[in-house]
Design a protein around this ligand. Structure first.
Ligand code: KIV
Length: 280
């Protein structure tokens, strides 16, 4: 049976995020699951159900492993686990690039099935028509320029942006195009600091930095990178605030030892005739 997805009046809207331009920094993290959304919701303004889920939770080599069904299932879990944050769901590669019609159909499916506040897609000048069409369909859009993980195969790796004059001009054109198309905010990823700061000054919508600049209007990190759960590649720009891999490895090691020496389950973890109640 499907569980009703929560939509509360106290949820931060995409418009409220837009109005935070130049104000208190906007705190964003990715989230993919119900328990993590429950934990993060009281601390953040925005939860992004990033297509990084394909790598972080599903073990794909790139974000190209994400599908619309995958994003919707994780989007629903994050909506169930949160009550206040603005929830944005990533549009996976292959679901919006071909035409404005394809982009609107995919965005409508995401919002219709998750009740999230907005969608995010990668690209600047080349995706302005798609952004404008989704916004015209009354679905808020977050843009994403700079290092675009959906293009790493084309780009030959996770390459830092903004190191040549030509690239700086292209980045500024991308930012202006995303703003003009009506996006409510813009993720700038893997872009040299002065360029990310300059874009933040040049556009009227909030910029959300990841490997960008502390001058951005907000910051985002991938949750698994931030808490030390990521098993494969962790980008250089990540600050790790916890080491959950060692916590989990240590717990598993203790559990294995206690099962092997029959210390677990102990008396408190088995049932007898005199245990109170019928519930496990
Ligand atoms: O997919 C993702 O997690 C993202 C963030 C890195 C911004 O797009």
């Amino acid at each position: 049976m499907a569980t009703k997805l929560p939509t509360t009046d106290i949820r931060v809207s995409a418009d409220a995020i837009r109005r935070r331009k130049g104000g208190l920094p906007i705190v964003c993290l990715t989230a993919y699951t119900y328990p993590i959304a429950r934990l993060l919701d009281p601390h953040v303004d925005l939860l992004l159900v990033g297509d990084s889920v394909a790598m972080v939770l599903h073990g794909h080599q790139t974000t190209l492993g994400a599908s619309l069904d995958m994003m919707i299932a994780h989007g629903q879990a994050v909506m169930r686990g949160s009550a206040e944050a603005c929830v944005v769901v990533d549009m996976p590669a292959g679901t919006y690039e071909d035409s404005a019609e394809q982009a609107v159909a995919s965005a409508r499916r995401i919002v219709g099935e998750t009740v999230c506040q907005a969608v995010k897609l990668e690209g600047g000048v080349g995706m302005a028509a798609q952004i404008a069409a989704i916004v015209a369909a009354e679905i808020p859009v977050m843009g994403h320029i700079g290092l675009q993980p959906q293009s790493v195969e084309k780009d030959g790796g996770y390459k830092i942006k903004g190191r040549t004059d030509e690239n700086v001009a292209a980045l500024i054109a991308d930012a202006l195009a995303v703003e003009k198309a009506g996006a409510f905010s813009l993720v700038i990823e893997g872009t040299i600091e002065p360029v990310a700061a300059e874009i933040t000054r040049r556009i009227a919508i909030p910029t959300i930095g990841i490997g960008a600049s502390s001058d951005c209007d907000g910051q985002i990190l991938v949750i698994d990178d931030m808490v030390g759960l990521t098993v494969d590649r962790v980008p250089k720009f990540v600050k790790q605030y916890a080491d959950l891999r060692s916590v989990i490895a240590h717990a598993a090691e203790r559990y294995a030892a206690e099962v092997r020496n029959r210390e677990f389950p102990g008396r408190a973890h088995v049932f007898s005739k005199s245990n109170a109640g019928d519930e496990a």
